[in-house]
Design a protein around this ligand. Structure first.
Ligand code: ZN
Length: 82
């Protein structure tokens, strides 16, 4: 079976550029997060990985935004009533 995968050059190059950018951003983010001591956590609404149109509450580091854990019901209630 012969299959031809046709990827227009322009799109391909654009995707490649975006992926390179994404890798650079992720690397930079990792460096910041590795250096961060996560001293202060804040509650934040974050998009769900499985469906980014939905949000959930998470404890994240105030400085580097890394997820640090799930809040309990009491903490969520307090957060949402603010
Ligand atoms: Zn941090």
């Amino acid at each position: 079976m012969v299959s031809t995968i046709y990827i227009p050059m322009a799109t391909n190059r654009k995707v490649e550029k975006l992926l390179t950018k994404k890798r650079d951003v992720e690397r930079e983010l990792k460096v910041i997060r590795d250096l961060c001591k996560h001293e202060k956590k804040v509650l934040r609404l974050v998009p769900l990985k499985a469906s980014p149109s939905q949000v959930d509450t998470r404890w994240v580091c105030e400085r580097c935004d890394i997820p640090l854990g799930y809040p309990n019901q009491e903490e969520i209630k307090k957060f949402l009533s603010k």
